[in-house]
Ligand binder design. Sequence first.
Ligand code: ADP
Ligand code: MG
Length: 593
Amino acid sequence: MITFQELGLNQDLLNAITDLGFTKPSEVQEKAIPALLNEERDLVALAQTGTGKTAAFGFPMLQKIDVNSRTTQGLILSPTRELCLQITNELKLYGKYCKGLNVVAVYGGASITEQAKQIKKGAQIIVATPGRMKDMISRKLVDISKIEYSVLDEADEMLNMGFYEDITDILSYTPEDKSTWLFSATMPKEVAAIARKFMYDPIEITVGNRNESTNQVSHEYYLVNGRDRYLALKRLADANPDIFSVIFCRTKRDTQKVAEKLVEDGYSAGALHGDLSQNQRDLVMKAFRNKQIQMLVATDVAARGIDVDDITHVINYQLPDEIETYTHRSGRTGRAGKTGVSMVIVAKSEVRKIKSIERIIKKQFEKKDMPSGMEICEVQLMSLANKMHNTEINHEIDAFLDSINELFEDTSKEELIKKFFSVEFSRFYDYYKKAKDLAVTDSSEGGDRAPSNNETRYFINVGRKDGYDWMSLKDFIKEVLELGRDDVFKVDVKDSFSFFNTDKSMEKRVLDFFTDFKYNDRFVNVEITENKGGGRRDRSGRGKKRNDSKRGGRRSSDSGNRSERVGRRSGGPKSDRRRSGSGSDRPRRSRRK
Ligand code: ADP
Ligand code: MG
């Protein structure tokens, strides 16, 4: 076992390490520390969150800078204020025996003059967010012209958040011959480009699996009437049975209200906002981390620093005022090499905002149709079927099988399956046959594919779990079938399965191809489904008008009462629901204060 001492760290640092209780270096530390101590070279390190990257660059930097000088020698850029503060605190702990050390955090939302004052006292290391750092430079409040070491921490995250230009700009004020150390959880091509641009012959370190995925987060928006926001939210949740999400609202009040309604409607939801006590917030976060809460409704401020890795969806219940806030929000998903979806519920008047966000984040939004009731029923059913298929049999039930078998003695397998699924299906069906159509016609939209009866929609048994997002699945299908660019559309990826459309004329080709098709040692199964995808068919009125849409048009109290309570979880064990329910009970009490 290698020790910190063997990595070549000095006594001051070793003493701090002892105090911290670190017994041995983590993998990224073991690889990076000696390399950085022994050479004046650039470095690119890929390592997931929580692998100890701060110390991997922090220890060498602390050892190499001159604490007797008041010149700023190290600059660390990090994506958020929370990380910035976190890194600063860690560095102070690591350097507690380095006499004269001054580490200053520079981030937005706090007094710039105060930060400038601290820097003036002589900060050898500055830890900064790109936005505020740029401000400081342009106001000449900081001098980074003598930097020897610069660190780009969480580089993928910074680029996700649209900081490319800020970073380029900041680095142009630093000397050519400094060393640059880049740390990132993933290596999308944007990060590779930065590495190429700013670094010379870097040492490369990879810890664990290298992740190649380029587009971690896809962006979608759903157009609805402003007053239907809540119903839309529920629908999005129902259409994604395995959702694990953060839902962003603009105000504390809305946050609380939405969370309460979700809980009432039987979802496992909780609220996180600034009117809750620290203790209440900790409890909600703990429940969320443990996945007892699937939908965390939060304000932007409260959600900062949420470092949960496997969030599948971020839902913008309302768009934020600042575009930068949108990037913070969407950055909560697609972390640690996983893919994620950022969904926005928008009213017509806000569509323009989507366009400006697209320009800033340099990514396209996909305009998606609200899933129709029947689509949701199908998704729920297929999800249940998949779960059932994958469930390991618990032989504890063997003891009761006799009486169960007796009960179903005269029931055929086919009938049994139908009955079993009807239990779940009827719950959603009964709700959605009454639910109104949420689709809003956007007259400005022209180029979209018209609804057509010449389309075929397919079910395919691969999904997000297999590492696909809509783009990569589309590519995959196109590739194996050797189809053209627009031949596969309306690709909708769920957790363990997906849907896509092709022209009806390709039906045979698709089905033939996927008969007994194996990929990565597993059968990929494709079937035709009845839905065409998207709510569009209902909206256009061209398709068969189901009687539900007639009833749906009635705005009646039944949409607010009993029939609303289709909570996805209500089929689950009672105790489960109660647990999550009480989680967000607490917030309710605090509001009355
Ligand atoms: P990353 O930046 O890779 O996400 P951090 O640097 O924030 O990870 O470290 C995560 C946590 O692990 C921190 O609380 C840190 O104090 C702790 N840590 C770092 N290195 C070690 C180590 N060698 N032994 C034990 N804990 C460590
Ligand atoms: Mg870190």
